[in-house]
Structures are given as C-alpha cells and as structure tokens.
Ligand binder design. Structure first.
Ligand code: ADP
Ligand code: ASP
Ligand code: MG
Length: 403
C-alpha cells in the first residue's frame, strides 16, 4: 500500500464528464489498495472568469476580496469531485484549504504556505476515505482566506505530499509531461524523462506554466519527487527530482516562453545616485515583483530606465509611477504590453561557452530584434515582440537541436 497525492488541473476537471474521468482514476488508485489525497483546481477557465467579474466591478479590487472571490473556484471542484466519488461507491470527503490546514502568510492573492497542519486529512485517510483538498488557497494567522498566485494548486499538492509523507506526488495536467518547450508553441518539442529541481525551478520561474515555481521550491526543500503526467492518456510523464540522469551532450534543457509581460520605460531620467532606488522602492512597496531591468548608457546627464512586470500588476505600477515621473524629474513614462520574454535554461551552461551567442544568432537568423537581455548562471532571457514568440521558440529549439 502506498500513500499517494494526485493533483488535477483546471482542464482536467473542466466539465462533468471530465470530473467523472478524474473520479474513475482516483477510485482505481484507491481500489488498488492505496491511500489517496486529491488536490483540484477550479474548473476550466473558472479563475479567469472570476477575475473578469471583478474587473467589471473595479480595476483595482481590494486584495482581500479578490482572494475571497478566487477561492470559490476550487470550492466548486472539490464538492463536485467528492460527489462523483460517492456516486462511484467510494468514501470521500472534501476540504477547503482552511479545513485541510493550509496555513499561509503574505499578501492575500500571492500568499505562501508556511505550514500544512494535515491532521484532518490524515484522519480521513486513516478512516479509509479519499481526501479531496481545494488547491490554490489557505488561511492566514488572522483567519483570512488567501490564494497562492496563479497556478498555485501545484504548490498545495506538493506541500500536502510533504506534510503527509506521501510516497508519490502526481501532477495530472493536459500535457503528458515537461517538454523542452511548451508543446503548444513548438509542436516538435520533446518530452523530458527527468529534469532537476533547479532546472525546473528556472523554467517555471521564467514562465513555463506547467508547474508553479513555489511547488518546485517546496519539492526541493522536502525532497518530494514530482511526477508530471497527463490526465487524459497513459504515459510515462516526467520526473522532477534532485539529480536527473544527465542526457549526453545536452547544454540546454529547455526553453521558457512568457507572454505575461508588460514593459515600462521611464525616459530622460536624471542620472543621479538614488533615482533607481526611488523608483524600484516605490514599485516594491506596491507589492510588485520587477522582472527584467535595463538602464541605458547616460547621455547629457540623463538615461532611460526600462523594466518589465507581470500584466496583472500593470495598474498598480502605473498608479505608482505616474506621480513619480514628476518627482524624480523624468521626461516621459511609456508602457508597452505586446512584448514577450523567451529564455533558454540549462545547468550545462555553467561549463559551456557560446550559448548566448547561439541564442542571439538564432534570433537574428529569424529576423527578430532583441529589446532587453538578462542572464544568470543557468539561463539567458531576451525580451522580444510578442508576435514573434513562436518563431523565436522554433528558431532557438532548432539551433540547439532540442528535438
Ligand atoms: P493545469 O490547469 O493542469 O495546472 P496549466 O495550464 O497550468 O495546467 O499547465 C499546463 C500547460 O503548461 C500546458 O498546456 C502547456 O501549454 C504549458 N507549458 C508551458 N511550458 C511547458 C513545458 N515546458 N512542458 C509542458 N507544458 C508546458
Ligand atoms: N485555479 C487557479 C488558477 O487558475 C490555481 C490553479 O489552477 O493552479 O490559477
Ligand atoms: Mg497549472
């Protein structure tokens, strides 16, 4: 007998038929003699639909109320899946994040799990029941409902697996594993048998949304092996773990595409100490993460500062920057949302030269202009026009022979 956590994403529970499909899989796993805890996301595009409802009310909803609203999506799924399990003759019980003991802290819509008090889930398993837990949500020390950021149900699953000492943590989604690049963008992408936590963390942080970055961090911290699989067909999937068996000659393990970027440009900023600190402190105080940053070479005592943030933070940043432009004596504030970030990731880069050159060469051959470049030990990112994203991904994939 094994103790198994299975997580099913939004597309896997998008309608009643698919909920029954999930219920049958869960029931089969349980009837093989395993203890099963299931984590589910909101049905299909439910979270986007809830966000759009909020937007119709106000473009600046209070974070507390937004978390309150978004958490309802997962609550629908747990109740329906549990009903479907009952219909199939299984004993099952649903838990909201708070009931399951998901303790969170931080901002209401981008909270982190600080503790998983899994006693109730363990009791249910001990009583021979399937525990069905709402992903993406928890409760803070003040009893407030919080959500974990988009894609956060993966993190609920990994944290639950760690808390109950699960033997397996399976993330079921609409692709049959982690690929060299999003297979919806580059159809000839190749499925990876295994990938290391560090490489997966980098890919996820750079926008490959197959796993939530915090889920990978949590898995690494607690040494939980994540098995990414398809909920629609059988297949080997991909293992995310500490040391992947190194594939011969690979320098690049994958490419991440991120269309969730908006670029701000402060033009004609006085070239003085403290200006960048003023700008980015204000952005940080608004609770916004800045992604790429570039400052142009100064001319006539001025320079331009460009940076990108997630699209969801657009209004927040604009609110902060508008009064700041005058305060710091900048000439103009511009923004642009038709940009995308493309990144190559690979631990092998540490020991290989020419990866950046290769990436730029691939983009140049495809006639694509690079706006911003950013690098770390194991990744290189370029900001490009969003309309060129697919062409760029294909060119880089071909250049590094990832197929
Ligand atoms: P779920 O609702 O199951 O959590 P997501 O939409 O969050 O599913 O994540 C799965 C999607 O991630 C896939 O449909 C795919 O388009 C995208 N994706 C991005 N990068 C990759 C990658 N490298 N490998 C596999 N899928 C990827
Ligand atoms: N439903 C949430 C979202 O769409 C969480 C998740 O699916 O993981 O972001
Ligand atoms: Mg997801």
């Amino acid at each position: 007998m094994a103790r198994i956590v299975q997580k099913y994403g939004g597309s896997s529970v998008a309608n009643v038929e698919r909920i029954f499909n999930v219920a049958r899989r869960v029931a089969q796993t349980a009837s093989n003699g395993n203890e099963v805890a299931v984590v589910v996301s909101a049905m299909g595009d439910a979270t986007d639909e809830l966000l759009s409802l909020a937007e119709q009310i106000t473009s600046f909803p209070p974070e507390r109320e937004l978390a309150m609203l978004l958490s309802t999506g997962e609550q629908i799924s747990i109740a329906l899946l549990t009903m479907a399990l009952h219909k199939l003759g299984c004993e099952a019980i649903s838990f909201t994040g708070a009931q399951a003991g998901v303790m969170t802290s931080g901002t209401h819509t981008n909270a982190r799990i600080c503790r998983f008090e899994a006693a109730k889930v363990l009791q249910a398993l001990a009583a021979g029941k399937i525990a069905v837990v709402a992903g993406f949500q928890g409760v803070n020390a003040g009893g407030e409902i919080q959500t974990l950021g988009r894609g956060g149900s993966d993190t609920t699953a990994v944290a639950l697996a760690a808390a109950i000492g699960a033997d397996y943590c399976e993330i079921y989604t609409d692709v049959d594993g982690v690929y060299t690049v999003d297979p919806r963008v580059v159809p000839k992408a190749r499925r990876l048998e295994e990938i290391t936590y560090d490489e997966m963390l980098e890919l996820a942080s750079l926008g490959a949304k197959v796993l939530h970055p915090r889920a990978v961090e949590c898995a690494k911290e607690h040494q939980v092996v994540i098995h990414v699989r398809s909920s629609f067909h059988e297949g080997k999937g991909t293992l995310v773990k500490e040391a992947a068996s190194v594939e011969k000659g690979t320098v690049i393990s994958g490419i991440a595409c991120d269309e969730d970027q908006v670029k701000f440009a402060l033009m004609g900023v006085p070239d003085q100490p403290g200006v960048a600190a003023t700008i980015f402190s204000a952005v940080a105080e608004a609770g916004v993460n800045v992604d790429l940053i570039v400052q142009s070479i100064h001319r006539n005592g001025e320079n331009d500062i460009l940076f990108t943030v997630a699209k969801a933070d657009f209004v927040k940043v604009q609110r902060v920057l508008e009064p700041l432009v005058r305060k710091i004596g900048a000439k103009e504030l511009r923004h642009q949302s038709n940009v995308a970030k493309i990144s190559v990731v690979g631990a092998g880069m540490i020991h290989h030269t020419g990866v950046a050159a290769g990436m730029f060469q691939a983009l140049a051959s495809a006639g694509i202009n690079i706006e911003i470049i950013s690098t770390s030990e194991i990744k290189i990112s370029c900001l490009i026009a969003a309309k060129h994203l697919q062409k760029a991904a294909e060119a880089i994939h071909d250049y590094f022979q990832l197929s």
